[in-house]
Design a binder for this molecule. Structure first.
Ligand SMILES: [Zn+2]
Length: 250
């Protein structure tokens, strides 16, 4: 024979001996309080947490979408700047100085657009551009202006062949006040080479050249006192010492 318990009593007895309180609860209510209520609490905390996460993910997605649109817009504007830039240079015929910001940004974008960004051996300017003695090293300060020399000078007799030091595309072949007849070649995504003071030029803008291909002859055009080749290498839009890539002489 079993007795059905209908009520459960809870005594709350204070430590200081004051009067105890008695809570008399119906059994279903007691059950609710001890089992259902804690479960509900856990459920509520969990849903609050996940809701927070969901909101965060939605926010991040929205931010990413905006960012993507901005990058695309930037790429477009950059392309326009590049076109205007090259048109201007051709019109003005000024000494062609590649705007580092534009060039660097272009590298980054072509990289992010998934073009082959791996440096290939054939893109590295790694042969001597002409036969001769180095008459001025990279980084030397010269003249009244004390301008840093951004390339090396190779003294050679007028008419000595000038060769492309890596495979690439001719970006510029024309007159500039400073470097006279100047050839600029783009090699892959990271390198540019510049060949100044030429006597004759045998390449045109947009032409593809192989390493070792004769592109010009040594001269003394532009700001120059003696027949020599001014040779520059730009890595990620910054002039670097061409000797870094060249086989040692002598
Ligand atoms: Zn020079």
């Amino acid at each position: 024979m079993s007795i059905k318990v209908k009520y459960i009593s809870i005594f709350i007895v204070p430590d200081d001996g004051s009067k105890a309180t008695k809570l008399r609860l119906r059994r279903p209510i007691y059950r609710f309080l001890t089992i259902f209520f804690p479960a509900l609490l856990v459920f509520m905390v969990a849903s609050l947490f996940f809701w927070g996460k969901t909101v965060q993910v939605f926010r991040e997605n929205a931010a990413l979408r905006t960012e993507n649109a901005k990058v695309r817009q930037l790429a477009l504007e950059l392309e326009q700047i590049r076109v205007i830039d090259s048109q201007l240079r051709v019109m003005v015929g000024a000494d062609l100085k590649l705007s580092p910001a534009v060039t660097r940004a272009t590298y980054m974008l072509t990289d992010s657009l998934g073009e082959d960004s791996s440096i290939q051996q054939r893109d590295i300017p790694s042969i001597w551009p002409t036969e001769g003695r180095v008459s001025s090293e990279f980084g030397e300060y010269r003249g009244l202006m004390g301008k840093r020399h951004e390339g090396i000078d190779i003294a050679a007799t007028s008419g000595t062949p000038v060769r492309a030091t890596a495979e690439g595309k001719v970006l510029f072949a024309g007159w500039t006040d400073n470097l006279g007849n100047l050839v600029i070649i783009k090699h892959g995504n990271r390198y540019f080479t510049r060949y100044g003071h030429n006597k004759e030029m045998f390449v045109k803008e947009g032409q593809l050249v192989k390493r070792g291909e004769v592109i010009a002859t040594v001269g003394s055009s532009g700001h120059s006192t003696a027949s020599h080749l001014h040779y520059e290498v730009l890595e990620d839009a910054k002039p670097v010492n061409p000797r870094r890539f060249l086989p040692r002489k002598e």
